[in-house]
Design a protein around this ligand. Structure first.
Ligand code: COA
Length: 334
């Protein structure tokens, strides 16, 4: 059986930087509150006047990843596109990416696993490569959150957290043993689906696009039971790490770099303490980008790779938790 390895990484965030101070001018919040509770200093927001789109961010991140992989769009056999903020209700953003670059008429799979979306996508890519069906797969995570956040008091605990951006990874088949993605582990627990969700538009509403119905319930904004999400994240993320360690017979200290989904820096620090991970072995960049959901792991991974924090044969553990609830991990030998 083939193994799959990452041979190209890229990310893109829009130019428009929004600091905590900027947010405090348009809503009832403070820099101190945001920094203390989340670790976030700034995030990047899309600009409608620049015609920014979710798939457009995906294109920019993919171009960089493909260049670094020494491949062209026409060499890719499959697109896996993770997002919770798609360009359209349907079709998925994967096909919009497909038409925007020089891809062949390849399959484009959209993944809806929110903050675990990139991890789900990576695992899907890995399975197609392992079976020999595809050789080169592009996995993208991209989000535009800022257009749909509730900046009123009711939504401020959510609005301050999220940012926009995209990341991409190119995977290829290899015959090398014990290399690339060693294992991936995916989970969900739908009983908490409505604890972190956008409930509108939905297909079971009487009139799914009735703006009055949406406004009345405020349901077209994300809702989040923050303390619940926190509690589950700091339980499920360590479980996912343990699973990846056990599956590969590894000890926590053998991992060279941990790359968490950047949910909230307090969540990351709690997990970090639990495994005694020193600062140099974990990627924490939420202060610059906020939580970019499906984009956060590929952005963090790309930044770490660009900074020379990942070397050949290093063990890299990726892990995520998010809406669904969903959670996931992967162990990679670089
Ligand atoms: N600015 C200022 N005050 C705010 C605020 C904001 N942006 N958001 C909420 N508050 C206020 C609340 O109104 C509340 O005020 P009160 O005590 O007068 O009622 C107070 O701060 C505490 O609110 P609460 O929601 O209980 O805060 P918290 O300590 O639970 O922190 C989160 C909120 C969202 C930071 C925290 O729950 C969290 O990090 N959860 C996980 C979120 C996450 O990671 N989501 C992404 C998952 S992928």
């Amino acid at each position: 059986m083939k193994q799959s390895k990452i041979i190209g990484l890229g990310f893109y965030v829009p130019e428009n930087i929004v600091t905590n101070h900027d947010l405090s001018q348009k809503m009832n919040t403070t820099n101190e509150w945001i920094v203390e509770r989340t670790g976030i200093n700034q995030r990047h927001y899309y600009s409608p006047e620049n015609n920014d789109t979710n798939y457009g961010f995906g294109v920019k991140a993919s171009e960089i990843a493909l260049k670094r992989a020494n491949l062209e769009a026409k060499d890719i056999d499959l697109i896996v596109y993770a997002t919770l903020s798609p360009d359209y209700y349907f079709p998925g953003s994967g096909v919009l990416l497909q038409r925007s670059m020089d891809f062949r008429n390849i399959a484009a799979i959209d993944v809806r696993a929110q903050c675990s979306g990139f991890m789900y996508g990576l695992s899907i890519a890995d399975q197609f490569i392992k079976t020999g069906m595809y050789k080169n797969v592009l996995v993208v995570g991209s989000e535009i959150h800022s257009s749909g956040l509730d900046y009123s008091d009711e939504g401020r605990h959510v609005a301050v957290i999220f940012g926009d951006g995209a990341g991409a990874a190119v995977l290829t088949a290899t015959d090398e043993k014990n290399k690339g993605i060693l294992s991936s582990h995916l989970h969900s627990e739908g009983k908490y689906a409505e604890d972190l969700a956008i409930l509108y538009p939905n297909s079971h509403a009487k009139d799914k696009f009735d703006p009055n119905e949406q406004k009345a319930g405020g349901k077209f904004y994300p809702i989040m039971n923050g303390s619940y999400v926190f509690k589950h994240a700091v339980t499920r993320m360590p479980e996912a790490i343990e699973e990846a360690l056990n599956a590969n017979n590894l000890k926590a200290e053998e991992v060279a770099l941990y790359v968490p989904h950047q949910a909230n820096d307090r969540i990351t620090q709690t997990v970090q303490k639990r495994f005694n991970i020193p600062d140099e072995k974990i990627v924490r960049n939420i202060h610059n980008y906020g939580n970019t959901t499906a984009a956060s792991i590929p952005i963090a991974l790309t930044e770490a790779w660009e900074a020379g924090r990942i070397k050949e044969n290093d063990l890299v553990c990726l892990f995520a938790f998010g809406s669904g609830f969903t959670w996931a991990s992967a162990m990679i030998r670089w």
